[in-house]
Ligand binder design. Structure first.
Ligand code: PHB
Length: 398
């Protein structure tokens, strides 16, 4: 066996996205050391376009734990969204209904803030590793084996191992199939996402229902916008010229109020497939799963990143009790506590998705029923409060 450089730490974390880095940051604040590995380079992660909405509590987590307060300067509080259907926009007033806002702050920026904070605190974070394997997960000394970015063989031994390695998680597959249950829902559509050089078309995000399918008008900066429209999962990006994309988007949002999108050069186009997925439990022996490794949601509810942050908040707390308070029973709380929020978010994301998208083969009845539901949501305080509370983030249980 070739010689490996050995590092020992308390918590070994596979995955240096927002979940893994935030966990490492929270543990470090509690005085617990950790090491993080990721097979992507920092540049690769920084150049991946991801979603852009943070719940109020996710913003507070970044600011209050000292990651960064950049979100308060570069992010934008959104006090509501527009639900648009039948060619008319209806505002859901988050601030008025639940006293909270959601924040527009791209996941890439959350990652940059966390990576900078971990670097500032001289944390052990290794990007660009290869040949990662996790070993001995049911023992009291699990390990991560990998080759680092310089080609050196490495081994990290830890007390607890965390798989925060995304939806195609390698760690999840280490849990024997008989020990996990997986819940799935596939959707017969995807999102066609674009980035474009244009000013805002509307002050807030517009979630648009139309006979031709869903469209979302989101934002990035004063001069760059993010938009999506529902498409076939096998849609060929190359078949969509700029002109065709703008025609499709304009047709979907058109209405009697004359609303039109401000167009500009399209700098990025991608088809995003999605599904609803949950793996239970999120723990096997000394291995814990967090974020997309354990669950994914369709993007319509803007919950993915927020759920990942909520997971690691619970995980950091139970690990702290186990490590510092020698209370191993605390670890049993992780999966059930995290899953309560996960299933709420599964429902919310499924609900938003099925209310706003056109199902292939939908009858006129189905479309009229969706319009009835949307009308109820915007005209009833109960309906719009449900949406506002879910979108801005449910309060954390005590
Ligand atoms: C985004 O800006 O990328 C975005 C916003 C809201 C969503 C999904 C994506 O629900």
């Amino acid at each position: 066996m070739p010689q490996r450089n050995l590092t020992t730490t308390t918590v070994g974390i596979v995955g240096g996205g927002p979940a893994g880095l935030m966990l490492s940051h929270l543990l470090s604040a509690a005085g617990i050391d950790s090491a993080v590995v990721d097979n992507r380079t920092r540049t690769e992660i920084e150049n991946t376009v991801r979603a852009g909405i943070l719940e109020a509590d996710s913003v507070r987590l970044l600011v209050d734990t000292g990651v960064s307060d950049r979100v308060l300067r570069d992010g934008h509080a959104h006090d509501g969204i527009e639900l648009r259907f039948g060619g008319v926009s209806h505002r859901v007033d988050f601030k008025g209904l639940v006293g909270e806002s959601a924040w527009l702050y791209p996941q890439t920026d959350v990652f940059i803030d966390l990576a900078n904070a971990r670097q500032r605190d001289a944390a052990d974070v290794r990007f660009g590793v290869t040949d990662t394997a996790v070993v001995d997960i049911t023992s009291d000394r699990p390990g991560i084996l990998f080759t680092d970015a310089d080609g050196a063989l490495q081994e990290i031994r830890c007390d607890y191992l965390v798989g925060a390695d995304g939806s195609r998680s390698m760690c999840r597959h280490e849990i024997p199939e008989a020990q996990r249950r997986q819940f799935f829902r596939e959707y017969p559509f995807a999102w066609f996402g674009i980035l474009c050089e244009a000013p805002h078309s509307a002050p807030e995000l517009v979630y648009n229902h139309s006979a031709r399918g869903f469209a979302l008008i989101s934002q990035r900066t004063e001069t760059m916008q993010r938009m999506y429209f529902q498409c076939d999962p096998d849609e060929d990006v190359g078949a969509w010229s700029e002109g065709r994309i703008w025609d499709e988007l304009q047709t979907r949002v058109a209405g009697e109020d004359g609303f039109t999108l401000k167009e500009g050069r399209i700098t990025d186009k991608t088809v995003l497939r999605f599904r609803s997925f949950v793996c239970e439990p999120m723990r096997y022996g000394n291995l814990f799963l967090a974020g997309d490794a354990a669950h994914t949601v369709p993007p319509t509810g803007a919950k993915g990143l927020n759920l990942a942050l909520a997971d690691v908040r619970v995980l950091a707390e139970v690990l702290e009790r186990a490590v510092l308070g020698h209370d191993r029973a605390a670890l049993d709380e992780y999966s059930p506590r995290a899953q309560q929020r996960i299933w709420r978010a599964q429902h919310f994301s499924y609900w938003m998705t099925s209310m706003l998208h056109r199902l292939p083969g939908a009858s006129d009845f189905d479309v009229r029923r969706q319009l009835g539901e949307l009308d109820l949501v915007v005209s009833s305080a109960a309906g719009s409060t449900y949406l506002a509370e879910a979108y801005t983030g449910w309060p954390r249980p005590r």
